[in-house]
Design a binder for this molecule. Structure first.
Ligand SMILES: [Zn+2]
Length: 234
């Protein structure tokens, strides 16, 4: 067999493996990223709920304090009622009491809402904590396994890269350039097998005279249809 044809067949095999592993590496990196994003989303959700719970507690305390203040004012006004001397003064006091009563009712409504929210969060957060812990463990395990996969693939890519370099060094530069151009134009497949007289690159029939030529393996032969380099397995 022509020396360069043998080298080209080997190079194509190495490149197919390289392409496959590079794709796998990219996919694995994407999966690691996805796991990280998922984990971040869950952590953020948890932090948000904790913050919400803290804010609710503060607001609740503010409203409780407000109600206490209003109560004090109401007691004070109640006492004043007995001390006023004129009717307008009495009416003004009554109006003020009515305003305070309304204010108190409004504040109590808000307080009730805040209490309900606090209770809801109080039930939700422990569940979330449990879920968070479980997800953390699962995602960490997944990430560890992905990283180990990635390291295996990287090692393989490195080995294949070395093999590729050895092959390309032995190849005639003209044939190498041709191969690279073909690979670029033909979705990575430059050297293909002829099986049952059919080119395995474009799946078209190869002419009998060309089949004879390929069988001799004394020169580089190209498919009449797709221009890929052809070879036979003996
Ligand atoms: Zn073809």
């Amino acid at each position: 067999m022509l020396k360069d044809l043998g080298l080209l067949i080997s190079l194509q095999n190495v490149d197919i493996e390289l392409d496959k592993n590079k794709k796998k590496s990219e996919e694995t990196i994407a999966q690691v990223k996805e796991a990280d994003e998922k984990s971040e989303k869950i952590e953020n959700n948890y932090k948000d709920k904790k913050e919400e719970s803290k804010t609710t507690r503060i607001k609740k305390r503010e409203k409780e304090k407000k109600i206490d203040e209003i109560d004090l004012m109401l007691v004070k006004h109640d006492n004043e009622k007995y001390k006023v001397k004129s009717k307008p003064e009495f009416e003004a006091l009554e109006r003020e009491i009515s305003v305070l009563d309304n204010k108190k009712r409004e504040t109590e409504d808000i307080l009730l809402e805040l209490m309900e929210k606090e209770e809801e969060l109080g039930q939700f957060i422990p569940d979330l904590e449990e879920k968070l812990e479980k997800t953390r463990i699962e995602l960490n395990q997944k990430k560890e396994s992905l990283k180990s996969e990635l390291s295996d693939v990287s090692r393989l890519i490195e080995q294949l890269g070395k093999k590729r370099e050895e092959l390309t060094h032995q190849l005639d530069p003209y044939h190498l350039k041709l191969y690279e151009q073909l690979r670029q134009r033909k979705e990575g497949l430059a050297v293909v097998l002829v099986k049952k007289n059919i080119c395995q690159g474009c799946f078209m029939k190869v002419s009998p005279s060309l089949v004879e030529q390929i069988k001799h393996q004394e020169e580089i032969t190209y498919c009449e249809n797709c221009n890929r380099i052809l070879f036979f397995l003996k």
